[in-house]
Design a protein around this ligand. Structure first.
Ligand code: HPA
Length: 261
């Protein structure tokens, strides 16, 4: 059975309508994943869900064991990961509540374990297209089919957090042509590529980024928008599952070919 992983972000701890069959704890060489993997079924697909911050939301973005999380999915035989995340909107056309499917990423993190290859083996994965083009197409098709508006061709900047950004940081990001800011896509995207797993994101814009409106940013606002988006998110996720082809036609499955020194 085709296995699809879903990483849930803030406010997303399960998916209504997916029948849960099992829960699995995975131990990895990199330590413990954020939580149990919840295994469910949707039509002919196995869905494997992991709440990125843990079920009690006790891992802040900079404390998440990203390597264990992605390793666990690999161990469970997952070939595609759909990742859900909250982001701040930098491009002024992006309003809170909108969904974005980024196609590019800028890594501004400084303190994260970003590779599985720390030892003898030296690996440089190609990251020209940081997100799986086939999985992105499935998401965009699902958006069209369900009438849910999705912003495509957006650049995501990943910061360490957990603090939010300064006005100057956001101004610089805006001048660089960046559309959204979040704290988790790196190293999720690059670790998934190293694991030869297809990976793409649906980001929910939960707030205007720092300094754009002059209002103070609050987590209350972030959670309110995220919770208000749950139904729409669940419905698009279920649509995406229908559009994922059975076999992979993208290059993600060969990511390690010609990547070793
Ligand atoms: N900045 C960084 N990460 C975020 C934001 C933000 O404004 N909103 C939600 N996640």
């Amino acid at each position: 059975m085709l296995k699809i992983g879903i990483i849930g972000g803030s406010g997303i701890y399960n998916i209504q309508g997916i029948v849960i069959k099992d829960r699995k704890k995975i131990i990895t060489p990199f330590g413990d994943p954020s939580d149990y993997y919840v295994i469910g079924e949707h039509f002919d697909k196995e869905i494997i869900f992991l709440p990125r911050h843990g079920l009690r939301h006790h891992f802040p973005p900079h404390k998440i064991n990203y390597r264990a999380n992605i390793w666990g999915f690999k161990e469970l035989g997952v070939e595609r990961i759909l990742s859900i995340s909250a982001v701040g909107g930098i491009n002024p056309v992006l309003r809170p509540g909108m969904f974005v499917v980024p196609d590019q990423i800028i890594d501004m993190t400084k303190r994260r374990e970003s590779t599985f290859y720390e030892g003898e083996e030296v690996v440089h994965i190609d990251f020209t297209e940081p997100f799986c083009t086939e999985l992105r197409s499935a998401i965009l098709k699902a958006g069209e089919e369900s009438g849910i508006e999705l912003q495509k061709l957006s650049t995501y900047v990943c910061v360490d957090g957990p603090r939010l950004e300064t006005k100057a940081e956001i101004r610089i990001f805006m001048n660089m042509g960046i559309d959204i800011v979040g704290m988790t896509a790196i190293p999720e995207a690059n670790l998934a590529r190293e694991a030869e797993i297809c990976f793409a994101i649906i980001s929910v814009v939960t707030n205007y980024a720092a300094g754009i409106t002059g209002e103070k940013l609050t987590t209350t606002e972030v959670m309110k928008v995220m919770n208000g988006s749950t139904k729409k998110l669940e419905s698009i996720i279920k649509q995406v599952l229908l559009f994922i082809p059975d076999s992979r036609g993208c290059a993600c499955k060969y990511a390690l070919k010609d990547a070793r020194m």
